[in-house]
Design a protein around this ligand. Structure first.
Ligand SMILES: [Zn+2]
Length: 404
């Protein structure tokens, strides 16, 4: 039988990581005789209330023969009890509420994943009363972890899914700074073109090592399993100045755009408003009514392009409507730009015509020539999709280069 074991909410502000805990759990299951098949990593709704860092949950896919089922359940229970105990020792704010779900792979309805990636899902009863659930465990502090665990086991990877190889540090190094080997990023870029998000070109900064106190040393994202594996093999052989205790490759929903609805088409109604701190808001009219868009300073070129919009511009946008009602823009394309820098024409004598006000005429001060009032504008070129630089993009967002 193939089991999917979902795990979530094991991290807290000062440490922890669900990928690391899932790796520990898999070792326990292997000792019981289980055969590991796949690891799935899902990112969930970015505005979820209790998210810690990346809002990721894990599902371990393992083959279990009928003779070891009870042994595995017993081992999972024991491991989970220890996990809760260990977390309570370190999680001073009692943030983490781990949850674990066991079910037959593919049995839990995928609708749970879709609700968790697009909204705040809170219906724990719907999860635990589902007939596909073989076993579930949650923390005495709360059962929030069951939501991500359910989302991870109900997600169905597709041929367009991406991959992330993760290498973990020794526990003595948790919380200390990481030293990326000098040539690591260059090697990835030159030898492994099917990996991505290795460097943020805007800041010329490597993106493979997190800066949080979690157990991950580095992660490599790739478009295929094979290219991710090749890149991982090359990187684990570099000198990291510390031990790599283990590594694994996960299939993920990163870059899937699963959190987004369709492209929204709209017309800009008023000049964008630049707010203190660099964020920009702009109101557009869409087929379903008015919509307020917001973009943040971190959006870089995206933020600049939004601040340059003018009334009458027609745009396509993709983004997430946050609980505050604003659409947080992730990508923008301009399909028509109204003329900018409007000015009055010149008279044949060379003097610029001026409006006479009420008469609706333009008039030359020098030779008294008049004509019907009008403006001349400078054409503004429309532009294709723009997005923030890699470090400011959401894990779930598809890069522009992968659209279509
Ligand atoms: Zn004139």
């Amino acid at each position: 039988m193939i089991w999917a074991i979902g795990l979530d909410d094991t991290d807290y502000p000062t440490g922890g990581c669900t990928t690391w805990q899932a790796n520990e759990l898999e070792k326990v299951l292997i000792e019981c005789g289980a055969k590991p098949i796949e690891r799935r990593l899902v990112r969930l709704w970015p505005f979820a209330v209790r998210r810690t860092r990346g809002n990721a949950a894990i599902s371990l896919i393992v083959e279990i023969s009928s003779t070891i089922q009870q042994r595995c359940i017993d081992a999972i229970e024991l491991w989970f009890e220890q996990l809760i105990y260990d977390i309570k020792k370190n999680d001073i704010d009692s943030h983490a509420r781990p949850g674990l779900i066991v079910c037959k792979d593919g049995d839990l309805n995928e609708s749970i994943y879709w609700e968790c990636v697009r909204s705040q899902f809170t219906d724990i009863n719907r999860i635990i009363s589902d007939s596909s659930i073989i076993h579930y465990l949650s923390s005495d502090l709360g059962n929030d972890g069951l939501v991500g665990a359910a989302a991870a086991v109900s997600w169905k990877p597709s041929i367009s899914s991406t991959f992330e190889a993760i290498a973990w540090r020794d526990s003595s190094k948790f919380g200390t700074s990481r030293k990326i080997p000098n040539n690591a990023i260059n090697l990835l870029e030159s030898n492994h073109p099917n990996t991505f998000m290795n460097r943020d070109p805007s800041y010329d900064r490597g993106l493979i090592s997190p800066r949080s106190p979690c157990p991950i040393l580095f992660g490599i994202r790739g478009w295929s399993f094979e290219s991710t594996r090749h890149a991982l093999n090359e990187l684990i052989n570099l000198d990291w100045n510390e031990d790599i205790v283990d590594y694994s490759i996960h299939i993920t929903n990163q870059c899937s755009d699963d959190h987004l609805d369709d492209i929204i088409e709209g017309t800009v109604l008023a000049k964008p408003i630049k707010k203190h701190g660099g964020h920009v808001t702009v109101e557009i009219l869409t087929i379903s009514g008015f919509l307020q868009l917001i973009s943040f300073k971190e959006g870089g070129i995206l933020n600049t392009k939004i601040s340059e919009l003018l009334p009458g511009d027609k745009i396509h946008v993709m983004g997430l409507i946050s609980p505050d009602g604003y659409l947080h823009i992730e990508r923008l394309k301009s399909v028509y730009r109204s003329p900018g820098n409007l000015f009055r024409p010149k008279c044949s004598c060379g003097v610029r015509l001026k409006s006479t006000g009420k008469s609706g005429k333009l008039r030359c001060k020098l030779c008294k020539y008049t004509e019907t009032s009008h403006w001349i504008g400078t054409p503004r070129l429309s532009f294709d999709w723009v997005e923030p630089s890699p470090s400011s993009r959401r894990h779930l967002s598809m890069p522009v280069s992968r659209m279509n």
